[in-house]
Design a protein around this ligand. Sequence first.
Ligand code: SF4
Length: 345
Amino acid sequence: EEPGDHALDSGKPNSSSDLPLESLKTVLTEDSAAGKVKRKRAQTPLEKYYLKYLCVTDLSTQSWCEQQMVYGRELPQLQAPETVVLLNTGKSIHLARELEVHDVVRVHTTSREDSWAIKILNLLSVIPVLQAGGCVRELPVFGVIEDVFLTGIIDELCYSATGELELRELKTRGQPFMPSGAQKKRDYFQVCLYKYIFDAMVQGKLKPDVITSHIQLRPEQPLGSQIREHAQKVGFMVTCFADLLELMYLNLTLSDIPGIDCLKIEYSHQESNTLLGTEVVRFEEETVLEKAQYYLAYWKGQREVQGVEIEEAWKCQSCSYSEICDWRKKRAEGPEQRSGPKKSK
Ligand code: SF4
């Protein structure tokens, strides 16, 4: 993330920067000077797109169609205008809900550590609210799965009438009816990943050095003056990035905040703002981790990109990339043209 002006409570983050991970792929190249053939390691997708971490939404989007997710990254200009409008309206609704519970302050950042300090300050500011039994919105979460750093933003965490900690994810829809089973499956995966990451955080599994080593941040980096001033206003005396990481770790592990007990997704119609329905999601850790491992294998260069299987070819009908999709073309040519293992998820 580049230094600059950042909202202290920003919206959903975008993936960013390079995470050098070991790739299993190699390619043979001609060494023209020596006339020899030598082995050169191919870039993993994480390296190719200069990513140091992924967002939870990258993985849930990938679970809809991995090939579509890749096209979305490489050719965003081909995305249907109605999809872009829907996404932007969804973002505005999230921001409006966030502003209902707190103000957004603009803070100038001078380093990558400052940008991450903002996320951590946002997290630190909600811990006492949760401890006091209150409700928080737009809660940043970070964690590691399969050696890949993941970030996300939980829409809402509240205690239910029976005292259970409940995650609520808001999904706004262009259509005035509930989504298909396939869309729900994608959303279930997203909230299950949030729970896994959040629970690991409050259980003390996110050590300060995990963050700095995965994202290649400098713990000793002094924080910018605006960050330090804001931290002081909310009660934290910090000088360098390591101070904030330590505070985050201590506050999370000593806070007695429980793990998430219940996962709910609320679907509402964007235009009329009416609630279409609520889904309660069952969390099965083994299944979630198995799926995450499968999707992360693509990012780590352990397998080729995959499109949808024939039984889900209906997804291609509403896809912005159906005209140019290589996977679709190969599928039309016959199953023997396709490479890579059969998708099992
Ligand atoms: Fe995926 Fe089908 Fe779109 Fe290709 S056309 S990206 S396989 S949904």
